[in-house]
Design a protein around this ligand. Structure first.
Ligand code: ADP
Length: 611
């Protein structure tokens, strides 16, 4: 039997207060376990078989003592010994099979849950990511998934196995001699009561140990990054830091020692109970044998069965709380898997085929959705839970038609709503009122895949994955040939820069990779856009913080990228957009002026002022 001390620790009863093993949770667990139902069945068969096989040796020894020895039957002794050896081998085989099955089920469940979570998280709207703590989300994919697996293979598995071992052993014992069996059970409370106390102490210790570990780790992570390390050096705090760390690490050490001691106490005590049980059985049983009430073989068999009942009994005293604790992980995993997806394909959504690129805003109004609509409470940063539900109109009554192939530019103070408005086109958010349409079709009636394929976005600070340049470019189109990639990079004026890198297109970039300058990143993003070849381009201009050479290159690249496409530009500097077909001035979520550069200057309004 596989059992660690943690099986004997009563779990935190507070943590599972209010947790119900609801039908819903059980149904969902069962649904996710569907591919493994056959394995689960075999697992149960193995448990029952091994519990039955374990009954064989004591019974064999009984026969040796009671039959073979009195009759001097050496043949029978050999035969019985062979049976015992056979039982040992079968038991070993079953143990391996059981482990294989349980790991097959457990790892399979981890896999299924992980993939389901990853898939789900990818579908969540962008508002979810702006609110959610990445650490908490990662923990769902790592710890809780493993916890859920643990619930099935360890907690549930050992509970089932404990019950079966207990039932089979007790049945065998009662069949042999009921009075001695009761006697063996009588010693149990002597153990259970103190065991529970030690268990609680162990639980407190474990929690303390976790807190101490966390403190130690926090110090490490805060000091091991550039900013923290710099602070330590500049304030000459090296010695003090080491002292603080050594006292924390020392507490972790002491807690480890205490924990090990208490953990051991369980098994020592279990051993003592086993010994006491055996003494009681032999002490009382021997006089039964003298009286001729039972045979000595029965006595030996009973004593050896008795040693098998204490561990399962102890394990089962905490089974309910153990199961509840384990189910909490399941609930936390399902909380994410079952979260509603705010932005998804509508039933009967149509694909946008060969988009021309006309973009229309009709009476668009927008408020950022309340946290409860897009987020999961337990994943929010502590202290910010669902706070500050915005109830202000970020956009009001926006009407605009951008003809296919035209270039329009938005200008206005920061916070006017320009980025928000444009985020409605690829449905990063859905308009609260009114309609956003492409080629006359409401974007909410289009499939998300085809909608997003039609739109290319270049942001101020384009993101690159920690992968090679070529992989980052192919993110736009996985099947682009080397020649196509190179052509796109030439058009984006970035090919020469890449070719000069020692590893060329295979250079690893991204946050921890080769540091591209802002202008280089922009041009790479433009190359990526050219590979995607969308009908509509949304551009958040970033030329303001580029040096003049980079700016020139980016502008040239953009001229190529935007030609023949509908382009919607957020302009930070007016000089770059004088040629736009239409310029929209935004203020507090409204379009307050519109027209060409010349028209707006003639108007002598806000635009003319800015100019
Ligand atoms: P601009 O692009 O013109 O600078 P934004 O569209 O970024 O303006 O912002 C418009 C308004 O919406 C601002 O008041 C801003 O605070 C608010 N806002 C922007 N993003 C969010 C968000 N994720 N959640 C809530 N409010 C937001």
């Amino acid at each position: 039997m596989r059992m660690g001390p943690h099986h004997l620790i009563p779990r935190d009863a507070d943590a599972v207060k209010g947790v119900r093993l609801s039908r819903g949770t059980i149904d969902r667990v069962w649904r996710f376990a569907r591919p493994y139902r056959r394995a689960i069945l075999w697992f149960l068969v193995c448990i029952v078989a091994s519990a039955l096989v374990a009954l064989v040796p004591p019974l064999v020894f009984r026969s040796i003592l009671d039959r073979a020895i009195p009759r001097h039957d050496r043949g029978l002794i050999k035969a019985l010994a062979a049976v015992a050896v056979g039982a040992a081998f079968v038991d070993a085989g079953l143990a391996v099979a059981q482990r294989w099955l349980s790991s097959h089920i457990g790892e399979g469940l981890i896999y299924t849950l992980r993939v389901a979570l990853f898939d789900k998280v990818q579908q969540m709207p962008i508002a979810f990511f702006t609110r959610t703590q990445t650490g908490a989300l990662m923990s769902r994919l790592n710890n809780d998934v493993v916890g859920a697996q643990n619930a099935v293979t360890n907690t549930l598995g050992s509970a089932v196995s404990n019950v079966i071992v207990l039932v089979t052993t007790l049945v065998a014992m009662f069949a042999l001699e009921w009075r001695l069996t009761l006697l063996a059970l009588v010693v149990l409370p002597v153990f259970i009561v103190p065991a529970k106390r030690v268990g609680r102490r162990l639980q407190t210790l474990t929690r303390e140990q976790m807190v101490m570990n966390a403190e130690m780790n926090t110090q490490m992570t805060e000091r091991f990054n550039v900013a923290g390390a710099l602070l330590v050096k500049l304030f000459g705090r090296h010695r003090a830091e080491v002292d603080a760390f050594s006292s924390r690490a020392g507490r972790v050490r002491d807690a480890g020692v205490r924990n090990a001691l208490y953990g051991r106490l369980f098994f020592v005590a279990l051993g003592v109970v086993g010994a006491l049980g055996a003494v009681a059985i032999y002490g009382v049983g021997a006089s039964y044998v003298v009286d001729g009430a039972i045979t000595s073989g029965t006595l030996v068999a009973l004593a050896s069965f008795a040693t098998r009942i204490y561990q399962p009994l102890t394990g089962l005293t905490n089974a309910r709380v153990d199961l509840m604790t384990a189910m909490v992980s399941f609930d936390r995993v399902f909380e994410v898997i079952d979260a509603p997806v705010a932005i998804a394909d509508r039933p009967g959504a149509v694909a946008l085929v060969e988009p021309k690129g006309q973009v229309e805003f009709r009476n668009v109004g927008f408020r950022y959705p309340p946290a409860a609509a897009v987020s999961i409470r337990s994943l929010e940063a502590p202290g910010t839970e669902f706070s500050g539900d915005p109830d202000v109109d970020v956009l009001t009554d926006v009407n605009l038609t951008v003809p296919a192939g035209a270039t329009v530019a938005f200008v206005g103070a920061s916070g006017a709503g320009k980025s928000t408005l444009l985020s409605l086109v690829p449905r990063l958010y859905d308009a609260t009122t009114g309609t956003v349409a492409i080629d006359g079709i409401d974007v909410r009636d289009l499939t998300l895949d085809s909608l997003r394929a039609a739109i290319g976005v270049v942001s101020q600070d384009p993101h690159l994955f920690h992968e090679s340049i070529i992989d980052n470019l192919r993110y736009a189109r996985a099947d682009a040939t080397d020649a196509e990639v190179e052509a796109a990079c030439r058009a984006a004026r970035i090919h020469d820069t890449i070719a000069d890198l020692p590893e060329g297109y295979r250079t690893i970039v991204g946050e921890r990779g080769y540091r591209l300058s802002g202008g280089e990143k922009q041009r790479l993003a433009i190359a990526r856009l050219l590979l995607k070849a969308p009908a509509i381009v949304i551009l958040d201009e970033a030329t303001s913080h580029l040096d003049s050479e980079n700016e020139h290159l980016v502008q040239t690249a953009l001229a190529t990228a935007l030609a023949d496409r509908t382009s919607i530009v957020i302009a930070h500097r007016l000089s770059t957009i004088t040629a736009a077909d239409q310029i929209l001035v935004m203020e507090q979520g409204r379009i307050v002026e519109r027209g060409t550069h010349a028209e707006l200057l003639a108007l002598e309004g806000r635009y003319a002022q800015m100019w």
